[in-house]
Design a protein around this ligand. Structure first.
Ligand code: BTN
Length: 326
């Protein structure tokens, strides 16, 4: 079976490429090429055919096909294997099915999710083609106690990727959301398995709001959620952002495996949407209010209320007031 990505690369290698040349380069018949070009057109590629000059690639679709992601991805591990779907119930759910057989760093992508999962049992709005809905499969050699920091690490990587590709820096809201001007741009849901002090696997799911317009969000999210397009005032290239995120994630992950999380924690403390703010914390059992004062060495959030300090290890944090919430 001919690899579609190879055909796209050949088509992109010159303004015009004849069917004959493609056939000989790929060791197939001209009819096979013609059929594959038809498939590419169905996938959204604009390809014209000229009687004497051959095929001409006019435009690529805004899709996260593995070969499109692969052409600008410079990583050793993260995203080297990609499973791509037009739609899935949930990429995290698919990742769970692949555990064991999938190698570390395997990336699952879907253009849309019908049952996207959020933290604390919530659902995640995942419309087609406008966001990046992904899951990464990891088998880290961290003890489970490091999980809070791994959550932060993913948010740090995404904040750095946005800075690198779009020239502004979203802030990290504990435990792992990214915020900008009071709106949530992305959320991360990690699901783990393991026993007796050993993390067996981590499924790191990230939802990134890229190209939604304000009116695309359901009414109940319209005042809270934002997208990168809303900030930049123009559509954003999902593919390049995704590549940058995977590269930043790999860099942070390898660094943490070798040298620990200090650098990642320092980033979270410096570029924070949480610290210094009055917050309401819901840890699933109790809701309490206080001032977010620190992120501890183990990644826990320290909240102070009337001189008393609490450690928050898991839970949801709501920002109660602040300069960009007005
Ligand atoms: C949150 O509640 O803030 C976390 C949202 C995580 C959503 C992502 S989208 C891709 C992956 N698959 C899912 O079902 N959820 C995560």
């Amino acid at each position: 079976m001919l690899h579609l990505g190879t055909l796209v690369n050949l088509l992109a290698s010159a303004p015009f490429v004849s069917g004959e040349e493609l056939a000989s380069r790929l060791g197939v018949t001209r009819t096979a090429i013609w059929k594959q070009v038809g498939i590419l057109r169905e996938l959204g590629y604009q390809i014209t055919a000229h009687p004497r000059r051959g095929y001409h690639l006019v435009a690529r679709p805004d899709k996260l096909y593995p070969w499109e992601v692969g052409r600008d991805l410079h990583t050793e591990l993260i995203g080297k294997t990609i499973e791509y779907y037009e739609e899935l119930p949930s990429t995290n759910r698919r990742a769970k099915e692949l555990l064991g057989s999938a190698t570390e760093g395997t990336l699952i992508l879907a253009e849309t999710q019908q049952q996207g999962r959020g933290r604390l049992g919530r659902s995640w709005f995942s419309p087609p083609g406008t966001g990046i809905w992904l899951s990464l499969i990891l088998y880290p050699s961290f003890p489970p106690a490091e999980l809070a920091k791994l959550n932060l690490l993913a948010a740090v990587a995404l904040s750095r990727a946005v800075l690198a590709t779009l020239a502004f820096r979203p802030l990290v809201k504990w435990p792992n959301d990214l915020y900008y001007q009071g709106r949530k741009l992305s959320g991360i849901l990690t699901e783990v398995g393991g026993e007796l002090g050993r993390l067996e696997y981590v499924i790191l799911g990230a939802g990134i709001n890229v190209n939604q317009k304000k009116s695309d969000f359901p009414e109940e999210l319209r005042t809270k959620a934002g997208s990168l397009r809303m900030i930049k005032g123009r559509p954003v290239n999902r593919r390049l952002l995704l590549c940058s995120f995977l590269e930043c994630f790999e860099e942070e992950y390898f660094y943490a495996l070798g040298q620990g999380f200090d650098r990642c924690l320092a980033y979270c403390r410096e570029h924070t949407a949480t610290l210094g703010r009055p917050v309401e914390v819901d840890n699933g059992q109790k809701v309490y209010r206080g001032q977010a004062v620190a992120i501890a060495e183990d990644g826990a959030l320290i909240v102070e209320d009337g001189g008393e300090r609490f450690r928050v290890i898991t839970g949801d944090v709501q920002l109660l007031a602040g300069p960009d919430l007005a």
